[in-house]
Design a protein. Structure first.
Length: 210
């Protein structure tokens, strides 16, 4: 008799139905948004020879945030495409990261305290190795990676600088380039359901399995 998985699969479609949302329609809209952003990024960065390449994980040690809808899409993809042993490792790493950073993650999920640090300031203190990063340095959910990951390294931040790691910043220094504005582009997702907030992968993993 086959053993049940240590961490059961989650039917996000049923979860969405409980609040009257057709998840497949929502995910179709999300994938269309991803495709449009990827197309624009490809056009903007053609010929720039960015240092981003398969196996580089410089951007995977930041606290990249994603909406619930993006997590549903990413984790649904993981459940369908990642072997159980690898998925279990992702979950256990996510739970460990959550435990190590629980105070900050919980604070980010609440209104900013008067006189206290802003959410942006708190987010900058939260850094960890993404639990979905594979041992070979490849993204374990690349086809359904979150919107901010798609913008990281190939868009402008709100200060007019590069939204990305130091490798990209150094590479593009002094160059005249046309890139998407990260903040404005990221807000496009708000037209879809389950996009009322952004949190990190360990937060969502803890919500499911903690």
């Amino acid at each position: 008799m086959a053993q049940s998985p240590a961490y059961p699969l989650i039917d996000f479609h049923s979860v969405a139905e409980q609040v009257g949302v057709d998840l497949e329609t929502a995910l179709a809209g999300l994938r269309a948004l991803y495709a449009d952003i990827d197309k624009r990024n490809a056009q903007n960065t053609a010929g720039l020879n960015l240092p981003c390449h398969s196996g580089c994980d410089a951007c995977c040690h930041e606290s990249v945030f994603l909406t619930p809808l993006e997590f549903y899409g990413a984790w649904d993809w993981v459940q369908k495409n990642v072997p159980e042993n690898e998925r279990t490792l992702m979950i256990e790493q996510g739970l460990e990261i959550y435990a190590e950073n629980e105070t900050t993650i919980v604070e980010l999920n609440q209104p900013a305290k008067p006189g206290g640090p802003s959410h942006d300031a708190l987010a900058k203190t939260l850094k960890f190795r993404c639990p979905l990063l594979r041992s070979d340095g490849l993204c374990g959910v690349y086809p359904m990676r979150e919107l901010l990951a798609r913008l990281f390294g190939c868009s402008f931040n709100s200060d007019g600088g590069v939204y990305g790691c130091h490798l990209v910043g150094t590479h593009l220094a002094g160059k005249l380039v046309t890139l998407l504005p990260a903040d404005t582009t990221a807000k496009r997702i708000q037209d879809l359901p389950f996009t009322h907030k952004r949190q990190v992968y360990p937060y969502y993993i803890h919500q499911l399995y903690g």
